[in-house]
Design a protein around this ligand. Structure first.
Ligand SMILES: *[C@@H]1O[C@H](CO)[C@@H](O)[C@H](O)[C@H]1NC(C)=O
Ligand SMILES: *[C@@H]1O[C@H](CO)[C@@H](O)[C@H](O)[C@H]1NC(C)=O
Ligand SMILES: *[C@@H]1O[C@H](CO)[C@@H](O)[C@H](O)[C@H]1NC(C)=O
Ligand SMILES: [Zn+2]
Length: 348
């Protein structure tokens, strides 16, 4: 099969070209799915400020975002959609194709604090979209991207620094409970209101939809930018799944077959680039009733066609804390998702 490899090169002879301290990381990437040596050098270059041998901190993420915003200001704009409960900016990187009527793709990570690999994956996508723009497919260059690397900066930072299993934001709810699950705060069915009583739980959805500054800020941004938005990819870990809405009801979207077809392509392309075998599932079918998901909001309220929740690696060995040599291969899975979706969105 002929692969159009614009994003990722098929290349076996790379040993000795990149520095030895990265050997473990490089060796963990299948020969089918690595960047060429030149790109590796770029990806690992200190001037870029990205690292692949440890999980990024919130400062490192924001520094890279600001770097691309300044250096590539002719086609990149960094927006601050609003501020988290603790006052951290929620940054969205807009990468424009230059075509005013281009279709758009939304991509986000870091809505759950402990899902550390997702912001790294977002930055790999940005690296490819911006720094390596010339090498991209026509599709990747022909659509507008909106990338929000960390929806929940407070929860991410808290998880990185103090308590790695932390999932929610950090807003004080009452004397003994803290935090709202930002992926339960979008839309949900009021008759299941018993969930509101369980304020200390990891999946506490908040007192009402959009009760949180983070979801409120993104709602406003998304409403203003939803025109021509044809895909919405929200990244989580773990489970290796492409999840199709809805989660809050058993009914399937009318265009479920289209979503399933593209999801099957994505899964196939991930394996072609050396990744594991992801599964395609319907959220309700797989996880049961779940309220307030960002994907349900994107699909049902905003009407964005190719809306998926993507659960990255792994499939249950390391849970949320993949060994660090898997940060880059897992981020490459995410890049393949974005590139494959761009091919579809570019031609509709
Ligand atoms: C701009 O994007 C629209 C929508 O995808 C497409 O129909 C049109 O051909 C594009 N124009 C150029 C000059 O690429
Ligand atoms: C998890 O992935 C490994 C390696 O890809 C595979 O061998 C194993 O069967 C998978 N387990 C499940 C439960 O899918
Ligand atoms: C995905 O696979 C299709 C063939 O099934 C191919 O045409 C396309 O270029 C691949 N995309 C990526 C990003 O690998
Ligand atoms: Zn999650």
């Amino acid at each position: 099969m002929k692969l159009i490899v614009l994003v990722i090169y098929v290349l076996c002879e790379f040993e000795g070209i990149v520095s030895s301290e990265n050997d473990e990381i490089i060796n963990s990437i299948s020969s089918k799915s690595i960047y060429s040596p030149e790109i590796h050098a770029e990806l690992f270059s200190p001037s870029l400020g990205l690292t692949w041998d440890h999980y990024l901190t919130l400062d490192e993420i924001n520094n890279f975002i600001d770097h691309v915003g300044e250096k590539y200001s002719d086609f990149v704009t960094v927006h601050v959609a609003g501020y988290s409960d603790e006052g951290n900016p929620i940054k969205i990187v807009e990468v424009l194709s230059g075509n005013r009527s281009a279709n758009k793709i939304w991509i986000d990570g870091g809505i759950h604090g402990r899902e550390w690999v997702t912001p790294s994956a977002m930055l790999l996508i940005l690296f490819q979209l911006v720094v390596r723009r010339e090498s991209n497919s026509e599709a990747m260059r022909g659509v507008d991207f909106y990338v929000c690397p960390v929806i929940n900066p407070d929860g991410f930072d808290y998880s990185r620094r103090f308590s790695k299993f932390w999932r929610k934001n950090r807003r004080v709810i009452n004397n003994h409970c803290l935090g709202v699950d930002l992926n339960r705060n979008w839309i949900y069915q009021p008759e299941h209101s018993d969930v509101h009583e369980e304020k200390c739980r990891d999946i506490y959805p908040g007192p009402f939809p959009f009760s949180e500054p983070e979801t409120q800020a993104l709602k406003t941004f998304l409403e203003q930018n939803k025109n021509n938005m044809k895909a919405f990819l929200t990244f989580h870990t773990f489970g290796e799944m492409i999840m199709i809405p809805y989660g809050y009801k058993s009914a399937l979207p009318e265009d479920y077959d289209d979503l399933e077809r593209l999801a099957n392509h994505i899964v196939q392309n991930i394996t072609l680039h050396g990744g594991p075998q992801y599964k395609v599932v319907n959220t309700y079918d797989y996880s049961g009733f779940s309220v307030g998901g960002l994907d349900d909001y994107a699909k049902e309220v905003l009407g964005i066609k190719y809306t998926y929740t993507v659960e990255l690696r792994d499939n249950g060995t390391y849970y949320f804390f993949l060994p660090e040599h898997l940060i880059l291969p897992t981020s490459i899975d995410a890049l393949v998702v974005a590139a494959t979706v761009a091919e579809e969105v570019y031609r509709i």
